[in-house]
Design a protein. Structure first.
Length: 183
């Protein structure tokens, strides 16, 4: 495993080729409503993610996850309600670096920014029940599985259920913003 620090930087349009290196892979988007992407689809996605940084009020915060200079994943924080101080996080990691703790680190940094910089009260995430890797990431982050919603997304292999996870600001603060111990 590469022991360098994972950093989250504001995504820039020049990141699109790195994003496309996983967005075009069936295994990376297996549980998503999008993909595998064409180059035009990935460029469009990155263009919109970059544009969102200038929206007012800003509701979407898209980051490129880097190991050194290499983009190895992405993380996004979507403010769903400013009044209720609630948001959703999402993350993706290039399959070449799966299992190396990068998804967990992306999630940790997203939660930290959401609670400390945006002063959110509740942050949630969803994942396909078959995506055990993502469920493990969320468990390591100390989020609570709240339940299962049936047939929330129509993807390539049919209707997908969604597991719902969340964490509250006081849980994050009292947990010192660190992931739960792993077995």
């Amino acid at each position: 495993m590469d022991r360098r620090v994972v950093t989250l930087d504001k995504i820039v349009f020049e990141d699109w080729p790195a994003v496309h290196s996983w967005a075009c892979l069936a295994e990376a988007c297996r549980y998503q409503v999008w993909g595998p992407n064409t180059e035009d689809q990935t460029r469009g996605f990155v263009k919109e993610a970059v544009k969102a940084w200038s929206d007012s009020p800003q509701r979407r915060f898209s980051y490129a996850a880097r190991l050194g200079r290499n983009v190895v994943g992405m993380g996004e924080l979507h403010v769903r309600s400013q009044v209720q101080r609630q948001s959703e996080i999402a993350y993706i990691v290039h399959p070449q670096v799966w299992g190396q703790g990068i998804g967990t680190e992306i999630g940790r940094q997203l939660l930290s920014r959401g609670f400390s910089e945006l002063r959110l009260h509740r942050i949630h995430a969803t994942c396909d029940p078959r995506n055990t890797g993502s469920s493990r990431v969320l468990a390591k982050l100390g989020v609570t599985q709240e339940g299962r919603l049936r047939h929330t997304q129509l993807i390539r292999d049919g209707w997908r259920d969604s597991l719902i996870f969340s964490i509250l600001e006081e849980e994050w603060r009292f947990g010192a913003g660190s992931p739960a111990p792993t077995a």
